[in-house]
Design a protein around this ligand. Structure first.
Ligand SMILES: [Zn+2]
Length: 277
């Protein structure tokens, strides 16, 4: 999972507080020139970024690529400490960054290894690395643990988004990138990202983990959620926007901590799209 929602909107208004009219006109004219140049530069940078994103995405293993339909290979400590391991991790983090993913697994980069990288906040520069992560009781689908529902997307599942229900908190154990054992309780978005990637390590994707066929939609369809039939595909899935959790304990939607800016930006974009109609 999961890609940041990047938008191209960058227009803003010139500030002219405290200027006389003539000075203001010069200011506005200069602002227009510099703003047009800045916009052009920004547009070029974004176009280049999107070009790289789409090129690299086409190189990510796509479900049902065989590497994504079977369990990934576990690594022993010797393999983690071998010099080729870090080489693979660096290549994987580069690929994840280029496709704007905040979590990624070895298989997506054609590396048959139980390796997960993730960020708890889209603005973080570094990814945390987990090797052979394990969550006790993860396969227990009858668990009564508090759950979140979320529309997830995936760099290996094309344009699909799926409504997936997962525990709010999990205890994970595995190794770091240096081969040291680590054990940690993950909450919120970190738990969500880990479980998404853990599914890949077990040969599954959001499509298998969705509640049913009605809970798999395209990202374009998700942007038109206001036009779906009432309570389709379920009341909670219907009321939950992308980048939000539905909390099954409080029956409310929440934005995961660290994602507030992206959520607001995305909602503003959606409103401006609605205005275009
Ligand atoms: Zn994925």
């Amino acid at each position: 999972m999961m890609r940041k929602y990047v938008t191209l909107s960058s227009s803003s208004s010139p500030a002219s507080v405290g200027c006389s009219n003539s000075i203001a006109m010069v200011c506005v004219s200069r602002w227009k020139t510099s703003s047009a140049a800045a916009n052009e530069k920004f547009k070029k940078r974004m176009e280049e970024r999107l070009r790289i994103e789409s090129e690299v995405k086409s190189k990510c293993a796509q479900f049902p690529h065989r590497i994504l339909t079977r369990p990934a290979a576990a690594l022993d400590v010797k393999a983690i400490r071998h010099q080729t391991f870090m080489h693979h991790v660096v290549a994987l983090t580069k690929m994840a960054a280029q496709v704007n993913a905040i979590s990624f697994c070895g298989q997506k980069g054609h590396w048959d290894a139980r390796v997960v990288i993730m960020k708890s906040n889209p603005d973080m520069k570094e990814f945390e690395v987990w090797v052979n992560p394990e969550v006790a009781g993860y396969d227990d689908r009858n668990s009564v643990a508090p759950m979140y529902g979320m529309w997830e997307n995936c760099a290996s599942c094309g344009a699909a988004s799926a409504w997936v229900v997962r525990p709010q908190s999990i205890q994970v154990q595995g190794y770091d990138e240096y081969g040291n054992e680590k054990k940690e309780v993950l909450n919120g978005i970190r738990a969500r990202l880990m479980m998404h990637e853990l599914d890949h390590l077990q040969g599954k994707t959001i499509i298998q983990q969705a509640l049913g066929p009605d809970f798999v939609v395209s990202q374009s369809a998700l942007a038109q959620k206001d036009l779906w039939a009432a309570n389709f595909p379920s009341a909670e899935a219907h009321m939950t926007a992308p980048m939000q959790f539905f909390d099954y304990v409080t029956n409310q939607t929440i934005v995961p901590p660290g994602f507030e800016w992206y959520f607001l930006h995305m909602m503003q974009q959606q409103f401006s799209d609605l205005r275009i109609k």
